[in-house]
Structures are given as C-alpha cells and as structure tokens.
Design a protein around this ligand. Structure first.
Ligand SMILES: [Zn+2]
Length: 176
C-alpha cells in the first residue's frame, strides 16, 4: 500500500509543473484559443474516485463546468449553478450520482449525533442536512425534481437536464 499523500508533496509537484505550464485562456480569450464556451454543467459527487475528465473521456481544451459535493446533490449546489449560468449560459445540466457512494454509507443521525457531542446545545445541527441517501437512482430522480421545481433556473435549461448513475465497477453511465 502506498503512503498517504501530504500537501507539501503535491505543492512541490505543482512547483515543478508550473515550470513548463501552458497558460489557460482568460474567459475573454476562449474563442480566440479555438475553444467552445462551456455549455454543460455537471453536478456530481466529491468522491475522489470520480473524476469527470476520466469517466467522460474529456479531452484537453474541452471545457465543462463541474460542481461537486457529497453525492452531487443539487440543493447545496444551486447557488453555484445559478451564478455560473448567469456568467456562462449553459445549454445542458448533467447530474451524475454513483454506486457505492459514501452518502449511502453514513446516516444523517450519525453525523448529527457526532456534531451534537462536539457542540452541545448547538441549535443548528438539528436542521442541517448532510446528504445521506438510501437509493442512488432515487436520489437522482429527487435532484431532478428539486431542480425542475426551482423558479430561479431558466426554463430553456430545465428542458435539458439529464440524470445518470455511474457504476464505479463498469464505468458505465445509465440514464435515470
Ligand atoms: Zn459519492
């Protein structure tokens, strides 16, 4: 088993990489660089096994916007989606949740119990949500429903919402 990464080690790698870095375009330079403006927003899990560049076969210069959190839930990402859509005007949203998600391995009450011991008497914990799920396809369907119920998301964008489950063993995306 390899030893865990430490921050100082990966910062050192960055310093090496930066010596031969190819500059990225400013937003104002994207077209001049021959790139298309990002048209797809992906919301997916923060799980370190799930890198959209890998499971979607994205090539250098293909710009997609990815927002990630526990399970890839829409609700905690909604502010980000709205702000970025104002800036970039997405054409499609892709929601990807996945098998063996960490969110299926803990329970809301478990997290709340630990936090309540850490901060006795704290009033916020009872109302917080931590993203635990029981059923992966259902969580995709729930998130599509949350998105479609928001009056703040552009109607044109809501017509192009896609929900998928990624099987981490096969790497295949299945529509929900
Ligand atoms: Zn996950």
């Amino acid at each position: 088993m390899s030893s865990p990464l430490i921050v100082s080690e990966i910062i050192e790698r960055n310093n090496e990489l930066a010596k031969s870095w190819t500059p990225w375009p400013l937003f104002s330079e994207i077209a001049a660089f021959g790139m298309a403006s990002p048209s797809i927003l992906i919301t997916t899990c923060a799980d370190p096994r799930l890198n959209p560049v890998d499971f979607l076969g994205l090539k250098p210069g293909e710009l997609v916007v990815t927002v990630r959190n526990v399970n890839g839930h829409i609700a905690p990402n909604l502010n980000d989606i709205l702000a970025l859509d104002v800036l970039l005007g997405f054409k499609e949203i892709l929601i990807v949740h996945h098998t063996d998600c960490g969110a299926t391995h803990f329970k809301e009450d478990q997290v709340k119990g630990i936090l309540s011991e850490r901060a006795p008497g704290n009033k916020e914990v009872a109302f917080m949500q931590f993203g635990a799920i029981g059923d992966v396809p259902l969580s995709v369907r729930d998130d599509i429903a949350i998105l479609k119920a928001s009056p703040l998301v552009r109607k044109e964008l809501l017509e192009n919402v896609h929900g998928y489950v990624l099987d981490i063993k096969t790497g295949k995306l299945s529509p929900v």
